[in-house]
Design a protein around this ligand. Sequence first.
Ligand code: SAH
Length: 347
Amino acid sequence: MATKAASAHPAPKPTDLSAMAHSEAHYFNSYNHHGIHEEMLKDEVRTKSYRDSIYQNPHIFKDKIVLDVGCGTAILSMFAVKAGAKHVIGVDMSTIIEKAKEIVEVNGMSDKITLLQGKMEEVKLPFPKVDIIISEWMGYFLLYESMMDTVLYARDQYLVEGGLIFPDKATIFLAGIEDGDYKEEKIGFWDNVWGFDYSPLKKTALTEPLVDTVDFKAVVTDPAPVITFDLYTVTAADLAFSIPYELTVRRNDFVHAVIAWFDIEFSKCHKPIKFSTGPHTKYTHWKQTVFYLQDVLTVEEGEKITGTLENKPSEKNHRDLDIKISYTLHTEDMHRQATGEGVYKMC
Ligand code: SAH
């Protein structure tokens, strides 16, 4: 899904959302506009991985009842029909589903796809159970806007024993980067604004992770997988976690920030399909998430940076995230030893 890109478009007037909390309304309204769906459909890595995982497995989809959680324009529903599904139910709260109905109609699939407007957690499905769940639920930093909860709800409520989830694995990675110039431009800027000390805003700027593409050449450490979610077994409670990580430094350089990205896997296919949203591979609309550190670490090849990555949905708005990254540079050079903790909010 295309989190936040929504803010690039003026939010259309709320439709039937008056009863919902304002933030929920804002979230669903952001998916009303076709622009956000255009961005996702044009994301080749994303859409092609879903298409391949479905088209390459007609033996899995044939004659199955499929649930498309957050169907948007119904692209995944139509892939499933082409792969031989008996019937697909697409659910989306956003008004884009009206267009999805027209799209399904002009593609001659209306008898195979039932589209329901509503919250996944509230709609009544025409089938008591489904064989396969397909969903594109991933946000920035994987978990921002927390649509995974919704997929887990659908799994627990509707998936038959032994049913399949596409995709079924997601892993968050971390790495350290050199980003002196940009950090200076974004964070250092507040040290002197037209001759005044703006450091209170510097603290705020440091708490905001930046979603941006990171040049692979800026990566100074090996990437480290930190946590893998198995969609068959994960629970909503597991989305609050505190996990240790260890990064090995690849070259003598500086570390200004830690970046995060995620990989996605469709493992229950004939031939498993994976894609990555990391800096080493093709662009995706998720880019990477940059967490600037208070310190600049001066690092040498072979040294280790260790710490913990902590994440929890925010108490005020469960779609926002409170993230903490602690770090210690292990070096025999006491002048370069450093330890600290960054506190971030994705909202
Ligand atoms: N499946 C489409 C759209 C993915 S974007 C595609 O791959 O292109 C995620 C969609 O999920 C959005 O359209 C959003 O409105 C919908 N969504 C998110 N949470 C939902 C919920 N709880 N109930 C219904 N729809 C939801």
